[in-house]
Ligand binder design. Structure first.
Ligand SMILES: Nc1ncnc2c1ncn2[C@@H]1O[C@H](COP(=O)(O)OP(=O)(O)O)[C@@H](O)[C@H]1O
Ligand SMILES: [Mg+2]
Length: 385
């Protein structure tokens, strides 16, 4: 069993190619921490040791509410470990997986904003993360974002370390220039944030068809344009689609110049957003138009791609619930109340298209129909008596 001085180990919370992450508690402070340990078999590998040292040194420079805070870094009896703030939450990939797909844009935008703020801060300190992806982004139950895993981060302008033991799963978020082995700058992180945002909003990672080889994925990153995210989930505002597409432009110069300008564009559009608004940000770079960078989204709403068929999966679940609950209302004699329950339930289901708090309303209205019918029925029975 792993022994770390001053800490009680409570269990394993994550495992990656390099080692394990444990939950621990500081014995004197009674403070929960996350302890990332380099795998014992890798401790002797100079390159991996260096990567671990690099991660700790860069993390130590960063203090920001959206970045996991480093507390300590040590080596003891061939155990190399870093102690950091414990984030009680889930990684974004699990959130997208568990909520079965897309995060509604009203919830996703504040999360994307926090990712940008954390990464912007790192950039301001001269640090490029280079491995932004949903599994390296933690989300607390209060929707606070915490960025972690600075394993391959580097100081801007320096050569940096390469990622060892890359699996296809980690490739999807890499920028075209990273895939081509070129020097990654801040705009690479912007690309990875863009792909992460794409996945959050659409619930889909289009490069992941489960069968592609590492080479095919790399080729797609460099040459293939992402489909309009609305083909996976239609309820994304046009301006936001365009914003995401600018983030994931193939050529770095076609992206936003910095997290700051991406943030400004996101916020100004959010404030004045209308259903058909088009993004014309303060960064005048046009959406990519070259062959390699062509996106399937048009800037002009009148010529935009045909809107995909509206997916009504969630509203239909609501409608079904309404039918069942309202049906009970009918059963209890009062046709008017029962039908009202059904109608209101279906109506809410359809107009809200399956969003958050309205789930409650879908369920509440038919139940209300049922209860009202029940009440009506009891009164009638009493009258009959
Ligand atoms: N500070 C933390 N608090 C809670 N869980 C964490 C923390 N850091 C990492 N984890 C968990 O451990 C996993 C692996 O951590 P990470 O730093 O990404 O290591 P790797 O380099 O192996 O990918 C994460 O995906 C997350 O589930
Ligand atoms: Mg990781």
């Amino acid at each position: 069993m792993l022994q770390i001085p001053n800490y009680r180990i409570e269990g394993l919370i994550g495992e990656g190619g390099m080692g394990m992450v444990y939950k621990g508690v500081h014995l004197n402070l009674d403070r929960p921490v996350a302890i990332k340990v380099l795998h014992p078999l890798l401790v002797k590998e100079p390159q991996l040791r260096e990567r671990f040292y690099n991660e700790a040194r860069l993390m130590a420079k960063l203090v920001h509410p959206n970045i996991v805070q480093l507390f300590d870094f040590n080596e003891q009896d061939d155990v190399l470990y870093l102690v950091m703030e414990y984030v009680d939450g889930r990684t974004l990939d699990k959130v997208i997986g568990r909520e079965v797909g897309p995060i509604p844009h009203t919830r996703a935008i504040p999360l994307i904003r926090q990712i940008l703020e954390g990464v912007n801060y790192a950039h301001e300190q001269g640090i490029i993360h280079r491995d932004i992806k949903p599994s390296n982004i933690l989300l607390t139950p209060k929707d606070i974002i915490k960025i972690t895993d600075f394993g391959i981060a580097k100081i801007a302008g320096s050569k940096g370390m390469t990622k060892t033991g890359t699996k296809v799963g980690t490739l999807f978020y890499m920028s075209p220039e990273q895939v081509m082995g070129k020097e990654a700058d801040q705009r690479s992180d912007l690309y990875s944030i863009g792909v992460t945002a794409y996945e959050m909003l659409s619930g889909k990672m289009p490069l992941d068809d489960g069968t592609s080889s590492e080479y095919q994925v790399m080729d797609a990153i460099v040459h293939r344009s992402f489909p309009d995210p609305r083909s996976y989930y239609p309820d994304i505002p046009e301006w936001l689609v365009n914003w995401v597409m600018q983030m994931i432009a193939k050529q770095p110069q076609d992206r936003f110049h910095s997290c700051k300008s991406a943030l400004v564009a996101l916020q100004s559009n959010e404030q004045q957003s209308t259903p058909t608004s088009v993004y014309v940000g303060n960064n005048s770079a046009p959406l990519p138009v070259s062959k390699n960078t062509q996106q399937s989204v048009s800037l002009n709403p009148s010529t935009s791609t045909t809107r995909p068929k509206v997916q009504l999966k969630s509203p239909w679940i609501a409608a079904l619930l309404s039918l069942i609950c309202g049906g009970f209302g009918l059963f209890y004699v009062s046709a008017v109340q029962g039908f009202l329950g059904i109608a209101v339930g279906i109506f809410w289901g359809l107009i809200t298209k399956g969003k958050g708090a309205f789930y409650l309303l879908w369920i509440a209205y038919p139940i209300w129909g049922f209860m009202a019918a029940d009440n009506f029925n009891s009164k009638r029975i009493q009258q009959l008596k």
